[in-house]
Design a protein. Sequence first.
Length: 106
Amino acid sequence: MSTVAKGNQFEDRVFDAIKHELASERLGLLPKACQIFKKKKYYSKIRKADIEIDISIEVFLPNMSSWSFLWAIECKDYKGALPVNDVEEFHAKCQGSPQFPHPGSG
């Protein structure tokens, strides 16, 4: 199995787990106020390009047509500790978009 296939398989498992936890109300979010996505793209005015997020949860306030805050999740499947460079890269990716007011948090 290729590394891409392994990565996609891991993302699928994480997505299913997050979706289950959201539906079970164990994330501190109301499921009816959320939409969960895999590999959704968000436009960055700074980069002038889309940023693809592995898993995102858009949270909506009542009577709002656009999301109020976003959980952005980057999936990494390492046998050891996650390299700091990977965390910094994800932080920089989020920081490049005005849609992420608190990059990499939450």
